[in-house]
Design a protein around this ligand. Sequence first.
Ligand code: NOJ
Length: 541
Amino acid sequence: MAKEKWWKSSVVYQIYPRSFCDSNGDGIGDINGIRSKLWYLEALGIDVIWLSPVYPSPNADNGYDISDYYGISAEYGTMDDMKALIHECENRGIKIMMDLVVNHTSDEHFWFMEAKRSKDNPYRDYYIWKKGVKDNPPNKMESCFGGNAWEYSEETGEYYLHFYHKKQPDLNWENENVRREIWNMMNYWIDLGIGGFRMDVIDVIGKVPDKEIKENGPKLHAYLQEMNRETFGGKNLMTVGECWGADTESGKLYSDPDRNELDMIFQFEQMSVDQIQGGQKWDLKPFALTALKEAFAKWQKALEKKGWNSLFWNSHDLPRIVSRWGNDKEYRVESAKMLATVLHGMKGTPYIYQGEEIGMTNYPFAGIEDFFDVESVNMYRERKQSGYKEEDIMKSLCAKSRDNARTPMQWNSSREAGFTEGIPWCRVNPNYREINAEKALEDKNSIFYYYRELIRLRKEEPVLVHGTFEMLCPDDENIFAYRREWNGKKWLIVCNFFEEPAVFHYPARGRVILSNYRQESVIRLEQITLRPYEAVICELI
Ligand code: NOJ
């Protein structure tokens, strides 16, 4: 058998640099701050850092609007700091996965500044331009941050496309020169020694605006194959594509190793189960565990033989999982561990978002003035104009705003949670005295050490990496249980997703591998009553 890919038994930790650790007191996290915390990541045991963008950016979308792909934003440090980070990570056995944001640039990128000047500028065709229809935009395509996706540009009297903020014009991937520039840039970073790329909204690069096609355009996979050939192919890096619009069929296209595209995708079906179908993420619907299980099981099965899943609850775009589907009050610790168990027991590469490993919670927003994120602010304005009630808007924002995940990392109980010695760019969650890394490290029963165990198990137990997946009791509304099997080893993962005790039956006994409650070393599963948010991983005997 060919040597297994290293990323199959790896765990990724996402750093949102702005909010991770500030080393120079300007209130903004930075690269040297990250360097000062590598010991912490090593103690947790992770293998890869997914570093959200650190490139120069006007920050219309916190760094996802890049004005120079070859540089480092001064607020984050220098290229020398970045090189030192890569090097120091390497010494600790940690790889850096860079965020590759190439569906769009910033409107302050040199290419766009040139492109907008005239219709015959050599960079014009790097972007997507169209004439309006009378006084209206070319068509009805919408921006993910609200409003029409076309912005009028005075200089030439045409509109340009932006699927996100108007300061994030979409690149024209049809243009070979654009692709060549991107391959060159990727190779530059590969040569610097990075371990891979996380590709921002990669499923929309094959857009066909004339036909209003956004995701999964006809040339998407050809572009990815070309990218693979021209950049990371055969170099043992890790690549993951962020795909909001993927289904299991396209998931296979992206991640089937024989197709030479990406290693895995980051898709969101399981994270959309509490949203009204056809609506936006703000259109809340009550959570049903059965729907969550169905989504996970579908993807586990679809990519079982070919392809690979990413496993995640959180990112800088999602609310904190313990507040969302756990209990961030009296069962915060139990429910955070339970959620971790559900996720880390499955097949795929797990991702941890900074602070998840200590059970950080959503922020207690009081009003619209507490929000920073462009998506949240735009949504508030639009829904106000359309006549939504303030109370309903706030309910959606509190539940789903990206700002929930972006508050500073809580390191200790000193001022500003030890994140900065200055004034933080965004408010620290007031619960930092209770919830912080220092406290977690002092408590052997903390969420942190539980995550560390899960990470260790992934490295040591091939059944977690390669085992088959079988969902148990899919219709049970309270219990999330499944079986993994590999080379005769059978593991059962059983979790009570709620506060009320729940009964589970399985005709076997289990040797307990890990649990968030004290357990006998062998438990009878014929009839077991699970306590609030109880989670058990056991080997069937
Ligand atoms: C997805 C990123 O994760 C998100 O934060 C960003 O706003 C959009 N892509 C646009 O780059």
